[in-house]
Design a protein around this ligand. Structure first.
Ligand code: ADP
Length: 657
């Protein structure tokens, strides 16, 4: 023990030396938890070298992973999915004659023209007329300025949105400050922003890598197993390889008839890149060249809900409008992406059938069966409301489906917030000038056969492209407008901008109580809450606030966030993510945790032990100081959970539309 203590003392001394500014012992005891200002801290993105994928896949062009863009080429039509006519005018599309679901909140089913982000009437003309009226009003006040110079592939949809709002675009940036900065990839796309609002949070890309998302959700699964059973059981590779192997072997030994399938996803992959299915741990491809692959291996959901015998998933857009106070909005319209080969439960024979098992648009577009359609309710990419319409017509309780999805979204964001706050403070330290942030996230959700939603992943940079690549003649590809994408994405961007309008935001912040309304309300008709006091005559928002609106049902889950808040107060050096030994001592002292049997020497030993454990958890971590997730991970492990674990008590949550 004394040897151990001596070693610890030496290590501690070394750490103290490294922690140069910590000598200042600046313990942040400010009560405000997060505030804006950019710092020089940048985060190293972990890279995955893996390029392997399910056999039989074809790729014609390279693409940006960071953006997660979708690509498209022409395909043949499935016999039972009939595309309908559409009408284009100067790159703007109007989808016609579709049966569709009224998604304003009543869950009434209407036949007629397509619902544009929740509006039943033909979208474009109505919006144009309203925009004209809105334009007159807008002239009275200064136009909101938007820097679009870093928007990348979201540029088209962004331009359309700015035009509709009659705001002012700065495509080449601006010398003086803009109100809003639209980045295509990350908060750090432009490092020189000192005011205004940026459409990315620092650390969001890092937090939404597959491993980090898994870690964050699993932490919550340990604390609240039933509430978080919407996420498939997952293991992190390579660190949990042994655990995974032994658990699966045990399952097989107990019941040899059980046929489990697992899906392996490279950590920083997107668009199905490098994903494959396995039935035995021995089939894991752990090493690529000399590199050990970082990946998540996950229980494969074997019984998804099928439409037209095809597996599909849902892409929902979620706006995190602010972290402090937490504000979450969900778009009432989303996309459903369909597989192109009829689904069969996994068997050794079909494990490599990518068009059967993976719903990625970027993969299925290469299938001869892919159906490009101008209609929102047919084809291989449809609106989510058209899927709900189909389900409702078969008697499915779609209100319940929506409320389960809302709960999944809120709980997932709650799992991410603690570390996002740490990233935020590291980049935008308390008390310094800087921008505030908001971000549109892309949630990928699978519905199980029993209609239970399962979280697949969350995209920090969901594709906002509103055109797709099409083979116009053999070998000639062109970008052509994609009506379904435009339908959904322009509404999401435009309404995000409306919610971030500085005038509206000021009004909102001053009137905000910070707490949720006590309502348990289920059905929300378009009305005051959806306009949120917006003084314009544009259509009702397609984004619906779900938090703090439903604070009451979910606030009890925010315990880890409280730990993060304490952690943030003790970050010794501004602009860092690390709690040094001195701050850790102060933390223990202030919390009155030390006493005669838990001396400061023991505190130091604890510090070393925790930092070692953290270093072991994150093999490529260059920082071995006390990191916030460790504090959280010292909770007792409970039983493993996943979507197949039955929920016993679920808090009722209202559906969106
Ligand atoms: P990527 O970022 O590469 O798209 P995803 O996690 O979204 O990775 O997975 C790709 C696709 O694989 C999904 O769209 C879905 O169709 C399928 N998939 C992913 N996870 C599961 C799972 N646990 N069970 C069943 N299908 C899954």
């Amino acid at each position: 023990m004394s040897d151990h203590y001596e070693r610890v003392k030496i290590e501690l001394q070394q750490m103290k030396e490294v922690e140069n500014e910590a000598a200042a012992d600046v313990v942040q005891l400010s009560t405000a938890s997060v505030s804006p200002v950019p710092a020089d801290v940048s985060f190293t993105a972990r890279r995955d070298q893996s390029k392997s994928s399910i056999n039989g896949r074809s790729r014609s062009k390279s693409r940006s992973k960071a953006d997660g863009h979708e690509r498209q080429v022409n395909g043949k039509q499935l016999p039972d999915l009939t595309p309908q006519k559409s009408d284009y005018s100067q790159g703007q599309s109007r989808v016609i004659n579709e049966p569709n679901l009224h998604i304003k909140g009543t869950a009434r089913l209407l036949k007629g023209k397509t619902a544009a982000n929740g509006h039943v009437e033909s979208c474009q003309r109505q919006t144009d007329v309203k925009c004209e009226h809105h334009g007159k009003e807008a002239k009275k006040r200064r136009a909101v300025t938007v820097d679009t110079s870093k928007a990348k592939t979201s540029l088209e949809a962004l331009k359309m949105s700015i035009r509709q709002l009659k705001w002012k675009e700065f495509p080449m940036g601006r010398r003086t400050a803009c109100d809003i900065y639209w980045h295509g990839v990350s908060f750090h796309d432009n490092e020189n922003i000192m005011s205004g609002q940026v459409n990315k949070f620092p650390g969001m890309i890092e937090m939404l890598r597959k491993i980090n998302l898994s870690r964050a959700v699993r932490t919550m699964q340990e604390l609240f197993p039933e509430e978080y059973n919407f996420y498939p059981r997952s293991w992190i590779l390579p660190e949990e390889y042994q655990l995974f192997s032994s658990q699966i072997r045990l399952l097989k030994d107990n019941d040899s008839t059980l046929k489990h399938t697992f899906i392996v996803k490279p950590d920083s992959g997107s668009q199905g890149d490098g994903i494959y299915l396995i039935r035995d741990p021995a089939d894991l491809r752990v090493i690529s060249g000399s590199q050990i692959k970082q990946a998540v291996v996950q229980e494969y959901i074997q019984k998804p809900l099928l439409i037209d015998k095809l597996k599909f998933d849902i892409r929902l857009y979620v706006l995190v409008r602010s972290l402090e106070p937490l504000e979450i909005y969900i778009a009432k319209e989303g996309l459903s992406r369909f597989c192109t080969e009829p689904y069969q439960e996994p068997s050794q024979k079909n494990l490599s059938h990518v068009f059967m098992h993976l719903t990625n648009y970027s993969l299925n577009v290469h299938s001869g069966n892919f159906v490009h359609s101008d209609s929102c309710s047919t084809g291989s990419k449809r609106t989510f409301s058209s899927v709900l319409y189909r389900l409702a017509s078969k008697g499915v309780d779609i209100k319940k489906v929506w409320s389960d999805i809302i709960a999944l979204v809120i709980k997932t964001v709650i799992a991410l917030v603690p570390e996002l706050k740490v990233y935020y403070q590291a980049d935008i330290p308390l008390g310094k000038p800087g921008p505030t942030c908001f971000q549109i996230l892309g949630f990928d959700i699978l519905l199980m056969k029993n209609l239970k939603p399962v979280l697949l992943e969350v995209n920090a940079n969901p594709s906002m492209r509103i055109e797709h690549e099409q083979e116009v003649s053999p070998g000639v590809f062109e970008y052509v407008p994609s009506p379904v994408d435009e339908e959904v994405k322009v509404g999401v961007i435009r309404d995000t901008l409306r919610l971030m309008d500085p005038a509206q935001r000021k009004q909102h912040v001053t009137s905000s109580t910070g707490g949720g309304s006590p309502e348990e309300a289920i059905v929300v008709e378009t009305g005051s809450d959806e306009k949120e006091g917006l003084a314009d005559s544009l259509p009702s928002l397609c984004l619906k606030q779900v938090f703090p609106k439903y604070t009451k049902q979910f606030n009890y889950l925010r315990v880890v966030e409280r730990i993060a808040t304490i952690f943030l107060r003790f970050l010794g050096v501004k602009g860092t993510m690390r709690l040094g030994p001195t701050s850790f001592r102060t933390f223990i002292r202030n919390c009155k945790l030390s006493n005669s049997s838990f001396s400061m020497a023991s505190v130091d030993i604890l510090y070393i032990d925790i930092t070692r454990r953290w270093a072991g958890m994150v093999p490529d971590s260059k920082e071995a100081d006390l990191c916030h997730p460790v504090a959280v991970s010292i909770s007792p492990r409970t039983r493993p959970v996943g979507p197949d674990t039955p929920a016993t008590s679920s808090v009722p949550v209202p559906p969106v539309p």
